[in-house]
Design a protein around this ligand. Structure first.
Ligand code: MLT
Length: 305
């Protein structure tokens, strides 16, 4: 009988899938784990059990797992690309629209009105003037990285009336077929930087993408650009970002990875890593992760399902 240990925030559906199978025991106190399943648990400083053969991450990024160390030990690392893509796409589009309409500031401002009875009509008039927004129709969105999430963002932004230009030198044939023909393909990142009103990044964090938005990139951007980061915080050089905000280049930086270095200005909108946090997405990821791990422990074969 195999033993799987589950860490934090794994949706019940994924766990049931393991439990229902009588060949598996979940979170055993007496049996050494053969595999782990986790969402955000950090394995970098964790003593991975001697018997562990596979680690399944219920999510796309695997930067909470020491992949090289696992490879050396013959431990297979699984992830669930695509399982949370719709959830992330919906939040990205929500934030594009909400920031364009100054909704984050406006809602906060309204909530802070103190003397509600007397002053509301007058304040509403004031708010109406203060928070005039812009429409996204006809504006140019640059999508960096056209994988499972990027392709959905690009296609749906197009449906919302945006002009979309995508950059991805490693686009798969399958994704290329799914990408609308009306999405323009950029040959260089410079084209994205210098022509877009909005940029959203959907690339993994690695040596090539770390600091992708750096001083040089910000210098090329149009004043008033809005940037969305629902991939990983380290894609952006935060010192350069702060400078670009001060210089009026960046109107809004909306990030799923807020930290104390960049918070503190209303130009930075911090979201507490909610991109994949929908009931549907948590369930999809947990089920996919559990299926992959179970299949591997049972058969020794890797199946991406
Ligand atoms: C991902 O890598 O897919 C997300 O970070 C998942 C999550 O929010 O846990």
């Amino acid at each position: 009988m195999y033993s799987i240990q589950a860490f934090n925030a794994i949706a019940d559906a994924g766990l049931k899938l393991i439990e229902e199978d009588l060949d598996f025991v979940l979170n055993s106190e007496t049996q050494e784990p053969d595999g782990y399943i986790a969402r955000s648990f950090n394995f970098h400083n964790y003593a991975i059990g001697e018997q562990v053969k596979g680690i399944a991450r219920a999510g796309a990024g695997v930067n909470n797992i020491p992949v090289e160390h696992c490879t050396e030990r013959g431990i297979v690392v699984f992830n669930t690309p695509g399982a949370n893509a719709n959830a992330v796409k919906e939040l990205v589009l929500t934030c594009i629209m909400a920031s364009s309409r100054n909704l984050f500031d406006a809602v906060k401002w309204t909530a802070e009105i103190e003397d509600r009875g007397k002053e509301i009509p007058e304040l509403v008039e004031k708010g109406k003037k203060q928070f005039v927004g812009t429409e996204i129709k006809g504006k140019r969105l640059g999508v960096i990285g056209v994988g499972a999430i990027g392709v959905l963002v690009a296609n749906d932004a197009l449906e919302l009336g945006m002009e979309v230009v995508a950059f991805d030198p490693f686009i798969s044939v399958e994704t290329a077929w799914r990408l609308s023909q009306n999405v323009r393909r950029a040959i260089t990142l410079e084209e994205i930087f210098s022509t877009c009103d909005y940029i959203t990044m959907h690339v993994p964090l690695n040596d090539k993408t770390k600091g992708l938005l750096n001083e040089n990139a910000f210098k090329q951007m149009k004043d008033g650009i809005r940037i969305l980061n629902f991939s990983r915080g380290e894609l952006v050089d935060e010192q350069a970002l702060k400078l670009a905000i001060e210089e009026g280049i960046v109107e809004n930086y909306i990030t799923d990875f807020p930290n104390e270095n960049i918070l503190g200005t209303n130009k930075v909108i911090g979201v507490p890593h909610l991109g994949a946090s929908t009931k549907e997405s948590e369930e999809n990821c947990a089920v996919m992760a559990a299926r992959q791990l179970k299949h591997y422990l049972k058969t020794g074969n890797i199946k991406h399902s």
